[in-house]
Ligand binder design. Structure first.
Ligand code: GLC
Ligand code: CA
Length: 563
């Protein structure tokens, strides 16, 4: 395997809306990210992924793009974007953007044209179909496929009396990748950003570019009046890989860039190779979701009641399946969460009593697994899920679509508990910089409420504390990128230890020269984990301890003696 610069990086994902507001409008902006570049550099990360800041009506916070070539005035200007790239590069930090290829906003000029008439030259850039009539003559969508954001994946458009496809919100019409001109336009756009100096992309919702173009009904059983969540109809389809190969040849092959595709929950390790194999014409890595939902978050109401207890065996075997399935074939990204998932310390750690220790333990796992780790902003200080006491405090488009239908089924209280655990807003609250009003994020009114624990959990507190979550993340990043264990942590092999231990996630990283062992207790109680501790030195840990008894959420990174 050829070593590449992006294998030797630690990424940091920034959700611009919630990172740092510099003009008091309550919305984070690009000048805010520029202002925090020294902080970002102080973490030791050498790559940032910035979520969309293109012009957008913000139905889905920027994933609904109305102009790919400009920055939304809420976030700043194109000059700010250039300045941000320049200043990041000055600090040795590469910058990747979020490339949104599956859809545009319904306010994008392409769609405005496309919907204007059936004859318009951009008509075929989107997916238009006639509706059907039921026996009573009522108009129905072209088929029974569901959207990810509730309801049908089709929306009726009066101008021409047809439906357009939209697997996300009504304001996010899907592009028709079968159309040659559209594919060219997307390639042009990606090149334009690469020429401007960005170092690559996280490619949004990439699994969905190709649809089943027979558009036949799904055979999945659904209650009458409901739509079928048959994601295969528009996920991971063969045709998609032709589009990717073309995109690779036309665009990616000409730049020294890195790409991470988001393939979501449907794809497995074998499909990952089709997307991002070391010898595949596609991306460099793909994000999968399999480990994110182990404690039940996304969507499923039944899984968000009661105390969370991690199924540690299931969790570690999920990692193992991907890691071994990809070994030597696909380079993986690793991450605990992004802007679509709950906060990891609330999900697999303990946001209260063992906040510090458990957040550190999760960081240690992330930063010692094979693959390129991505830290999500706020994770480095252990930010938690929201404490909102009203459904109206949430704002995600998924929530806005979900709540009216949920209210017909379940109580307000139940909706609230569900959202506090599952909503995407858990990860989208303002970054907690200090203990001043609104956590130092804005001098105005923040677009989402700050989580109440900001007086305790914030960057300023932790920067001055050697024992903090933040200090631990910094230490772990140094260990991964700059220590004598760098090679083994980045390129070494992976093997679970005592894979059936119900409480501990432990593994070995090894190469010809070194052996490192990582032991992480995922429980809020003491557990026993036996190995021959005398043969190892402790390299890093979050509790002063030794021997085979592990404190709650204790982790240890050990190195073989004499190695
Ligand atoms: C991806 C993004 C998510 C967005 C969706 C539609 O899953 O991460 O935030 O809503 O794609 O673009
Ligand atoms: Ca602002």
């Amino acid at each position: 395997m050829k070593k590449q610069w992006w294998m030797e990086t630690v990424g940091y994902q920034i959700y611009p809306r919630s990172y740092k507001d510099t003009n008091g409008d309550g919305i984070g902006d690009l000048p805010g990210i520029i202002e925090k570049l020294d902080y970002i550099a102080s973490l030791g990360v050498n790559l940032i992924w910035i979520c969309p800041f293109y012009q957008s009506p913000m139905d889905d916070n920027g994933y609904d793009v109305s102009d790919f070539y400009d920055v939304d005035p809420l976030f700043g200007t194109l000059e700010d974007a250039k300045e941000l790239i320049r200043q990041a590069h000055d600090r040795g930090i590469r910058v990747i953007l979020d490339l949104v290829m599956n859809q545009t906003s319904d306010e994008h000029p392409w769609f405005v044209e496309s919907r204007s008439s059936k004859e318009n030259s951009k008509r075929d850039w989107y997916i238009w179909r006639d509706g059907k009539k039921d026996r009573k003559g009522n108009l129905l969508p072209p088929n029974n496929w569901a959207s990810f954001f509730e309801g049908s994946c089709w929306n009726y458009d009066e101008t021409t009396g047809q439906y357009y496809m939209k697997i996300f919100s009504n304001k996010m019409p899907d592009l028709n990748w079968e159309n040659d001109e559209l594919r060219k336009a997307m390639a042009e756009m990606a090149k334009w950003w690469l020429d401007l100096g960005v170092d690559g992309f996280r490619v949004d919702a990439i699994a969905h570019l190709a649809k089943d173009i027979t558009f036949r009904n799904s055979k999945m059983n659904v209650e009458p009046g409901h739509f079928a969540p048959d994601w295969r109809k528009f996920s991971n389809r063969d045709r998609l890989f032709d589009y990717l190969a073309e995109f690779h040849d036309d665009v990616l092959a000409h730049y020294d860039c890195v790409t991470v595709g988001e393939v979501g929950g449907g794809a497995n390790e074998k499909e990952a190779e089709r997307y991002a194999g070391l010898n595949t014409k596609g991306f460099n890595m793909v994000f999968n979701f399999d480990h994110c939902w182990k404690n039940g978050a996304f969507g499923d109401e039944g899984r968000t009641v009661g105390k969370l207890t991690t199924d540690v065996i299931d969790l570690k075997k999920t990692f193992e399946r991907w890691i071994l399935g990809c070994e030597g074939k696909v380079w993986m990204p690793q991450y605990w969460l992004n802007h679509d998932h709950p906060r990891v310390v609330s999900q697999y750690g303990d946001p209260d009593e063992y906040h510090r220790i458990s957040a550190q333990m999760l960081g240690a796992v992330l930063l010692t697994l094979p693959g390129t780790p991505f830290i999500y902003n706020g994770e480095e200080i252990g930010m938690t899920n929201v404490d909102y006491d009203s459904v109206d405090d949430f704002n995600d488009v998924w929530v806005r679509n979900y709540v009216p239908s949920a209210r017909k089924r379940i109580s307000e209280e139940r909706i609230l508990t569900h959202l506090r655990r599952a909503s995407r807003d858990n990860a989208r609250t303002p970054m907690q910089w200090d203990d001043s009003e609104n956590a130092g994020f804005t001098t105005g009114k923040p677009h989402l409420k700050v989580v109440g624990n900001y007086k305790k959990i914030n960057v300023r507190n932790q920067e001055n504390d050697d024992e903090s979550v933040l200090s631990m993340y910094k230490r772990l990043i140094q260990l991964r990128l700059h220590s004598d264990l760098k090679d083994v942590l980045i390129y070494g092999k992976f093997e679970l230890i005592q894979d059936n231990h119900p409480d501990v996630f432990a593994y070995r990283r090894y190469d010809e020269k070194n052996e490192v062992i990582i032991i992480a207790n995922f429980r809020d109680r003491n557990v026993i984990f036996e190995i021959d501790y005398d043969s190892y030195d402790i390299v890093c840990s979050n509790v002063k301890n030794s021997g085979c008894e592990f404190m709650p959420y204790e982790f240890r990174i050990l190195k073989a003696k004499g190695g």
